[in-house]
Design a protein around this ligand. Structure first.
Ligand code: GDP
Length: 314
């Protein structure tokens, strides 16, 4: 029997610009009570490492980690624009499902199609949130039909076609599974995530495979690789191999690992299969490369990149 990390869900949030992605994630974070916890965490971070906080290691995070009733929900933001196609694909490789946000008045738009196509191609499980339901002009029934039509046009498989729908007003912090009545909070969205998005496979007793999907940079720790642990476990101090894209191999010692907490990153000691993390200590790490144990050098298929100039810009 396959074990799974029931304590984690990894999802990407996708939408046409202005349909309310940012507002929705903010509300989900806020309602999960993380803002309070986060203040606490930030204090600790400051005690232990002023410099890191000052240099702003927290501000570039593209992952919002939300704790909902003991389940960690990692929500990765995705650019909607076609110029960022490679980045979108890499993000899709790190997650097990997506939340598609669609404006309940505007309906599906070009970027809705673009990002949904990428998600469906990766066989990801989609959830749909029809947002801005508070607008007088909202036309939820029609827009659900439009969304379904788009799924069909994009060749969604049978399972993907059975997407659950929540109706929401991100700006008011309300949601429900029924277009007519809004609940006073967004519980139905958290529940939908936990229920419908598959938990990551737990193969943490197998040899490590950690793949870099995004790069970041920080004055204090240098180059940072962000990605998913697909297999095994990674620890600070561990000697590992970096399987380079050109086929060469570099060994190094893991100096720092970062986990995501709310909107921040904090140092952690170890991470295992299913976790999204950031790592520093390897100056020539690149997108698509795999970190493995020295005695089990097995790379994952190299991720495709089509905008190399963007690597240092987020
Ligand atoms: P993003 O580009 O998808 O991240 O969209 P934002 O979250 O920045 O939202 C775009 C605009 O829509 C902002 O002015 C928001 O205040 C507004 N907005 C977001 N959610 C709602 C909603 O549920 N109802 C209404 N009426 N406006 C919303």
């Amino acid at each position: 029997m396959m074990n799974s990390r029931e304590d984690i869900r990894n999802i990407a949030i996708i939408a046409h610009v202005d349909h309310g992605k940012t507002t929705l994630v903010d509300q989900l974070l806020k309602q999960s009570g993380i803002f309070r916890e986060n203040e606490h965490v930030e204090e600790r971070a400051m005690d232990s490492n002023d410099i890191e906080r000052e240099r702003g290691i927290t501000i570039l995070a593209k992952n919002t980690a939300i704790d909902y009733k003991g389940t960690r929900i990692n929500i990765l933001d995705t650019p909607g624009h076609a110029d960022f196609g490679g980045e979108v694909e890499r993000i899709m490789k790190m997650v097990d499902g997506v939340i598609l946000v669609v404006d309940a008045y505007e309906g599906t738009m070009p970027q809705t199609r673009f990002v949904l196509k990428k998600a469906l191609e990766q066989n990801l499980k989609p959830l749909v949130v029809l947002n801005k339901i508070d607008k007088e002009t909202a036309r939820p029934e029609e827009v659900v039909d439009e969304v379904l039509e788009l799924f069909i046009e994009l060749d969604a498989n049978d399972e993907q076609l059975e997407f659950p729908v929540a109706y929401a007003s991100a700006v008011n912090g309300t949601a429900s599974l029924d277009a007519e009545n809004q609940d006073e909070n967004m519980q139905s969205i958290y529940d939908m995530i936990v229920e419908h998005i598959p938990a990551p496979v737990d193969n943490s007793d197998e040899p490590l495979q950690f793949q870099i999907a995004l790069l970041d940079y920080n004055d204090y720790v240098g180059r940072i690789g962000i990605g998913r642990v697909f297999r095994g476990e990674i620890k600070v101090g561990q000697h590992v191999s970096l399987m380079k894209k050109d086929g060469s191999i570099k060994n190094f010692r893991v100096t720092k690992l970062f986990g995501f907490f709310g909107l921040s990153r904090l140092e952690i000691e170890s991470a295992k299969a299913g976790d999204l993390i950031a790592v520093s200590g390897m100056e020539d790490i690149n997108v698509g490369e795999t970190v493995t144990p020295i005695d089990h050098q097995e790379a994952l298929p190299v991720l495709h990149i089509d905008e190399p100039t963007l690597q240092m810009t987020f």
